[in-house]
Ligand binder design. Structure first.
Ligand SMILES: Cc1cc2nc3c(=O)[nH]c(=O)nc-3n(C[C@H](O)[C@H](O)[C@H](O)COP(=O)(O)OP(=O)(O)OC[C@H]3O[C@@H](n4cnc5c(N)ncnc54)[C@H](O)[C@@H]3O)c2cc1C
Length: 429
């Protein structure tokens, strides 16, 4: 890795834009959105699309600084909580309603990219779920579950067909989710911010909110240089904890995951991939990867309570990469970074509000592109028109994650699940 290179490929290839000025002095707003990740940006844009004037978005760093500008870029349906658990917990009808919010969100993301001309290298070629295990039951069960209970059809890819697309002996068949895409997430975030700003949202970067207090019928938000009075406040700060409201903050466990990007591979890319789909595998802590427009391979994986240095990330992920594609031995890694996801104990998003105009959207875990879009719509509809669709998430509340002890429990559970996957792989031979 070149020591002078910016650690994130996305940052190095970000669309240039005039930075949004910090909030300065005293201001008023109908709605203050805190956090310039997808949850905050989608809410702000959803409000502007509904004709709500006087929306202010405050971001501590730059738009897309958090998980939203660092992720794998997979846009697909569903939540961090698996489809079977959703079904077990809510029953078929309610599980379907929540799942459908995310399939609709995939469509909305496509539509917005077109409508707002967001240049984010979107590749609308689906996602492949590749089976790490020899046991085909893993694939059959998920395919059947999706078809029978959610009306969603993923195409079966037998081993030979999969290997024609992914040149690796590592996998044993797969499922193809056609209604999915992948994109440059930071440029998508920058595009969402520009779209919201174009519709009148006042976006402020370098405007971390330091305190949030109720004052009469309004909320007072304090930043280092300014102060905002707002009727409604939306907290959308993900794993980069806002530190503003105890019950909302402590409901989150920030969990790290890692990404790296190879040098441009040129013709060597053909030795690995004959598909433009993005790929992840069937283990608990899966690898996820996709080809980039300039023939680089973006490779992500691992989940941990530890945020690692770029060199640590590169070392770990290179080992993972070579297990799948030994033909890439010696490949140069140009970028490596980590990001923090926000997890709730129940693994579902926390989307809610209270009677005094305080709203929240967080805990999207490792599956946030479509759900943050759905959350933005729900909160925008609630604030703009009193819609109570967000109450469908009422089962998934703000339970305390008991940091720092929660980290130990989470890491122990990850090791347990990863150990189970390792054992299964060994037993299969
Ligand atoms: C490495 C990685 C890979 C992933 N891959 C995928 C994927 O391929 N597909 C997928 O669907 N999901 C993926 N995810 C998950 C997805 O990125 C997240 O679920 C989603 O981006 C969460 O968005 P968010 O807006 O809730 O949080 P974030 O994007 O983290 O945004 C929160 C923002 O709030 C700001 N903030 C915090 N406190 C304050 C404050 N006090 N004042 C002002 N601003 C504040 C932060 O600076 C930050 O910009 C991945 C996540 C990571 C980390």
């Amino acid at each position: 890795m070149k020591s002078s290179s910016p650690s994130s490929y996305y940052r190095a290839t970000a669309a240039s834009y005039a930075p949004y000025a910090p909030l300065q002095g005293r201001a008023h707003a109908r709605v203050a959105v805190v956090g310039g990740g997808f949850a905050g940006l989608n809410t702000a844009l959803g409000l502007a699309e509904r004709g709500v004037r006087d929306v202010v978005l405050l971001e501590r760093e730059q738009v897309g600084f958090g998980a939203s500008g660092r992720n794998g870029g997979f846009v697909f349906a569903g939540y961090s909580l698996g489809e079977q658990s959703l079904l077990d917990q809510l029953g078929e009808a309610r599980a379907q309603v929540l799942f459908k919010l995310t399939t609709e969100a995939v469509g909305r993301i496509r539509q917005r990219i077109t409508d707002y001309a967001i240049n984010c290298d979107a590749v609308d070629e689906g996602v492949i779920w590749a089976n790490w295990f020899r046991d085909p039951a893993v694939l059959r069960q998920r395919q059947q579950l999706l078809a029978e209970h959610y009306g969603v059809h993923w195409q079966w890819l037998p081993e030979t067909e999969l290997r024609a697309r992914i040149r690796s002996e590592r996998y044993h068949g797969g499922l193809y989710e056609r209604d999915a895409l992948h994109l440059h997430p930071l440029n998508y975030a920058i595009g969402l911010a520009a779209s919201a700003a174009g519709k009148g949202v006042r976006v402020h970067e370098n405007s971390g909110v330091r305190s949030l207090q109720r004052e009469g019928l309004q909320w007072r938000l304090q930043t280092s240089q300014g102060e905002l009075l707002a009727d409604h406040v939306v907290l959308a700060c993900g794993g980069y904890l806002a530190g503003l409201q105890r019950t909302i903050d402590r409901a989150i466990l920030p969990i790290a995951t890692y990404v790296m990007v190879t040098e441009p591979l040129g013709a060597r890319l053909d030795e690995c991939l004959h598909t433009r789909a993005a790929i992840y595998d069937s283990r608990f802590a899966f690898d996820y990867y996709r080809a980039l427009p300039d023939t680089r391979l973006l490779w992500g994986g691992r989940i941990s309570v530890l945020n690692r240095s770029p060199h640590g990330v590169q070392r770990l992920l290179t080992r993972d990469l070579l297990r799948v594609f030994p033909q890439l031995q010696g490949v140069r890694i140009d970028h490596a970074w980590s990001g923090l996801m926000s997890y709730a104990r129940h693994q579902m998003p926390q989307i809610g509000g209270s009677d005094d105009g305080l709203w929240w959207a967080q805990a999207f875990g490792g599956h946030g592109l479509a759900p943050t879009c759905a959350a933005g719509e729900l909160l925008a509809a609630a604030i703009a028109g009193g819609d109570d669709g967000w109450k469908r998430f009422a089962d998934y509340g703000l339970g305390n994650t008991h940091r720092p002890f929660g980290y130990l429990a989470a890491q122990a559970s990850y090791w347990w699940q990863q150990g189970r996957d390792c054992l299964k792989t060994r037993l299969e031979g």
